[in-house]
Write a protein that binds this ligand. Structure first.
Ligand SMILES: *Cc1c(COP(=O)(O)O)cnc(C)c1O
Length: 383
């Protein structure tokens, strides 16, 4: 089945009691049992809930996976993955990752005896310098946040193919399953912040993990059921509803991004533009191969790299709302150095090209002419 059909039909089961076409919001914590140990497949909603089950089936299907588990947030999902490990284990991550993931690694899990190494995986071979017998997990984010770096997932898999003890995780939040399916490229677990493109309407916080590996699924399920970071049925309903338009939304996000890239390219005050669809992007050809299109996330700097000018632009856009998060139908603008990536020390930020004038935009699905007008008037206000 093609993606555009899957988003509508997967996880959809006509309600047996009423014939309702849409899975109801099963707003219940528990389920009446016939006798001890005999139930209709549900016993307590931390373990499973029918609205969540429908969503998990949908997400597994659109990510070309066998199993999915949903979480109360993307970080809840990431937390469950790290709990697969043991003290002493090492995680190798690419350098440019979501600030919240970095914070969880450094400020929470280093206290549990785990070691984290960050390296530039734009060139996959760099991985080999970091790997040893304690390496049990590789954490990839592609495209990455906020510099839209691209990592060749297939090449990473090939390099460590013999190490059956290493799990490859891909945070696929920026691409969404509409543009990239990491399980097909060698990933063992795919992570989503469903808060972003899957939900798509900036009205929920949720995470998801997808895998084809039954053993990994069983371990993750035990962790989830035991530790309890599960989403509520109302949020699952909203995510299911959001996913139905993921295909058409993503087409418009991408179309608008192509237009805005053209506009910014011709703008004399703009310095670097970070977007994998650009021919001068360092891994443009990899992106072209492993993604269907280049997505709606874009970052850019100003020629004079002025912090104040960046702030001025952000303050002056009207359609692009100043807010964290991304992937919703409405366009957002943010300043990573002072917002999402503020928890990364300034020195580290600068080392990693996260310059003070870097502006990140989440391009929504409004009319592109209005979006360009909005950016244009804000950029014209700086000198
Ligand atoms: C937002 C985000 C997360 C965290 O997800 P939450 O739902 O906010 O907990 C993880 N990775 C990426 C790439 C994100 O953008």
């Amino acid at each position: 089945m093609k993606f555009g059909t899957k988003v509508i039909h997967s996880g959809l089961k006509t309600d047996v009691a009423t014939g309702a076409i849409i899975t109801p919001i099963y707003q219940t914590s528990t389920y009446v049992q016939k006798k001890p140990g005999e139930n209709l497949g549900y016993e307590y909603s931390r373990t499973a809930n029918p609205t969540r089950t429908a969503l998990e089936q949908s997400i597994a299907s659109i990510e070309n996976g066998k199993f999915a588990i949903c979480y109360s947030s993307g970080m809840g999902a990431a937390d469950a993955i790290i709990k697969l490990l043991k003290p002493g284990n090492t995680i190798v991550s690419n350098k440019d990752i979501y600030g919240g993931t970095y914070r969880m690694f450094e400020q929470v899990f280093t206290n549990f005896g785990l070691k984290f190494k960050y390296t530039d995986l734009k060139n996959p071979k760099n991985l080999l310098d970091e790997i040893n017998s304690e390496t049990k997990l590789i954490w990839l984010e592609t495209p990455s946040n906020p510099l839209l770096e691209i990592i060749n997932i297939k090449a990473i898999k090939k390099l460590i193919d013999k190490r059956k003890d290493i799990i490859i995780v891909v945070d696929n939040t920026f691409a969404s399953p509409a543009l990239q399916n990491p399980l097909n490229l060698g990933a063992d677990i795919v992570l989503h912040s469903a808060t972003k493109y899957l939900g798509g309407h900036s009205d929920l916080v949720m995470g998801a993990l997808i895998t084809n590996n039954k053993t990994l699924y069983n371990k993750l399920f035990l962790i989830t059921k035991s530790c309890g970071a599960v989403p509520g049925p109302m949020d699952c309903f909203l995510a299911l509803r959001g996913i139905k338009t993921l295909d058409v939304r993503m087409q418009k996000h991408c179309k608008n991004a192509h237009k805005i890239n053209q506009f910014l390219s011709n703008c004399s005050k703009i310095g670097n533009i970070y977007w994998p669809g650009r021919r001068n992007h360092p891994n443009h050809l990899v992106a072209k191969k492993q993604m269907k299109d280049f997505g709606g996330m874009m970052s850019f700097t100003l020629k004079n790299n002025s912090f104040n000018n960046a702030v001025k632009i952000i303050k002056n856009t009207k359609l692009f709302k100043l807010a964290e998060s991304l992937g919703g139908v409405e366009s957002l603008i943010s300043h990573p150095a002072s917002m999402t990536h503020a928890s990364i020390p300034k020195k580290e930020r600068e080392k990693n090209n996260l310059s003070e004038s870097l502006i990140r935009i989440s391009i929504g699905i409004e009319d592109h002419e209005d979006l360009i007008k909005d950016l244009s008037q804000a950029i014209n206000k700086i000198n």
